[in-house]
Design a protein around this ligand. Sequence first.
Ligand SMILES: Nc1ncnc2c1ncn2[C@@H]1O[C@H](COP(=O)(O)OP(=O)(O)OP(=O)(O)O)[C@@H](O)[C@H]1O
Ligand SMILES: [Mg+2]
Length: 330
Amino acid sequence: MSIVDYIASKPRLRYILFGGKGGLGKTTLSAATSYYLAKKGKRVIVFSTDPQASLTDIFEQRLFGRGEVEVMPNLYALEIDADKRIAEYQDEIRRKIKEMYGFEEIPPEIDDYIGASSAEPAMAESATFDAMVELVSSGKYDYYIFDMMPHGHAIRFLSMAEILDAWINKITEVRESASEYQELAYVLKGSKGGLAGEDLVLKELKGIRERLGFMSTMMRSQEHTAFFYVLIPEMMPILDTRKALEMFSRFGIQLSGVIVNQVYPVELLEQPGVPEYLRNRIKMQQEYMEQIRREFGPLIRGIVPMLDREPKGLEMIGKVAEILFGGGAG
Ligand SMILES: Nc1ncnc2c1ncn2[C@@H]1O[C@H](COP(=O)(O)OP(=O)(O)OP(=O)(O)O)[C@@H](O)[C@H]1O
Ligand SMILES: [Mg+2]
């Protein structure tokens, strides 16, 4: 089934994710898909979850850190400035710590700790995650297209959700029973409880868990969400796709399909004067195409040729959309 038919067969589809190894075409295909849907009159946003966001390059418009920018009618693009969000995060943490513990100023050793945390790669992922939740919660668009970070990270993203969830559950449990005892102690001592700070911590944790729950439900919904994996006809991407299929199924996520990108047109072989170098490359790709058909056959949702130049700018994105989605992308 082609990607057009797949999307048409899911009337309640709202979230479309593109994953895959680095540099194979996630951003290009995310842009092309959003272009196609916008041309169909849908209100669409494309969001890059990669800290090395490249929507700015592909749309040839300044998007970084500028919020939701309309790149053509109905089509919006969002490239967050993760560092700026982390800084905002840290200010928020400082504010909350002051509020919870009644500090006038944050003690320097705590402040150092907060500062050091910005260097953690997980912080950037967490900021991205929050931006994703925020965007989806806004409910402003018909379709949300997510250009996911390269494969390893996407898996980590999901497993982080899983691990954090278990962790927060445990902490919440412990805190809840602790606060019961504490309450009892206060009653026995006849004093008034000072649990407001504790409640705030618990509220924070529950907030995080709700956001994670929302995301993991979203990612698992076959009805609302499609997850496409991008590969090219080469050995490593095939192995990577195989591994991803296994890992995703372990997280209860079913892949909606694969898109094979950067395929050299086989017709070139029939043309006279094709250099041996290119001929070999085409033949190699065709062998891997066979393997892809054998291994992922029913999951293939589209095949996109290697174009004669980098698809950049709306016109070229339109061209990719037309190849992937057929004439309807006009
Ligand atoms: N079908 C194609 N024909 C020619 N060039 C392509 C094609 N698809 C993608 N490219 C080019 O290949 C490069 C990688 O594509 P793209 O940026 O979409 O990949 P990505 O998976 O988003 O990469 P990253 O993991 O680095 O974010 C880009 O320079 C892009 O213009
Ligand atoms: Mg990219």
